[in-house]
Design a protein around this ligand. Structure first.
Ligand code: C5P
Length: 242
């Protein structure tokens, strides 16, 4: 499938649907995060899934296992294709999430993918140390990715610069979802904005990403559809060479 997941980082259903309707067919799916979900609620997820779109519900659940299981079950019932939890919630929480996704699966449909956030890319080594983790961020990322895999999770969200290390540690079938895409064919919106550790779409695919989360280089482009098509051609070429 097309590996581009477009981040619908807007606060109204009307703006989200205008973007999604304009891009349909040029991308693999849409990411709904806490901004849009908090503003518009579950109906925006249902509306997109009923239109046949894949929705990555990026709500990063982090709670006791029973509560996370309930949230994952509810997300699965909305028709989300992929959802996520924080790996730092622990192995029991991740196992409960995967079991809940199994329960939420409609017979005959694939189980929704459940992936883990390892270390937020906003956390520096100093910030990690301040919450009691003295490892280098990349070591903590690979450690949590391994735990996620052992707990039955389908994959992780990772910065482009972490992708190759996770791919090497967790094998070819582990899903790696990579935001922080800038430059190359994703140059349209001009510059990195607030993303510090970035990679071009083609390089992220070559580093082993399964899916690319792309927001402003597509949604902020003068012509979002043509921006998505350019990036799509680029990643297709990179995956064929890879
Ligand atoms: O507009 P841009 O391409 O920067 O959007 C990237 C999307 O990926 C945003 O929704 C952002 O919240 C999300 N994200 C990220 N970095 C992470 C995790 C998620 O940029 N480490």
């Amino acid at each position: 499938m097309n590996p581009i997941l477009v981040a619908l980082d807007v606060s109204t259903a009307a703006a989200a649907l205008a973007l999604a309707d304009g891009l349909r067919g040029t991308v693999g799916g849409y990411k709904i995060g806490s901004q849009l979900f908090t503003a518009e609620g579950p109906s925006i997820v249902r509306t997109l899934t009923e239109r046949g779109d894949r929705v990555f519900l990026d709500l990063k659940f982090h709670d006791i296992p029973n509560t996370v299981a309930g949230a994952i079950e509810s997300a699965g019932q909305l028709g989300a294709w992929m959802m996520n939890v924080h790996a730092s919630g622990g192995a029991a929480m991740m196992r409960a999430a995967v079991e809940a996704a199994d329960r939420a699966t409609t017979p005959g449909s694939p189980r929704p993918l459940v992936i883990a956030v390892t270390v937020l890319t906003s956390m520096s080594a100093e910030a990690l140390a301040s919450v009691g983790i003295d490892r280098a961020p990349i070591e903590q990322v690979v450690h949590l990715a391994g735990m996620a895999k052992e707990s039955g999770m389908d994959g992780v969200v990772a910065s482009p610069l972490e992708t190759a290390a996770i791919r090497a540690a967790c094998g070819p079938d582990f899903v790696i979802v990579t935001p922080g895409i800038r430059g190359g064919s994703a140059e349209q919106a001009g510059g990195r904005q607030d993303q510090a550790r970035t990679m071009t779409p083609a390089d992220a695919i070559r580093a082993g990403a399964s899916y690319l989360v792309i927001g402003r280089p597509i949604t902020g482009a003068a012509d979002p559809r043509s921006a998505a098509e350019d990036i799509g051609r680029d990643v297709l070429a990179a995956s064929i060479q890879h």
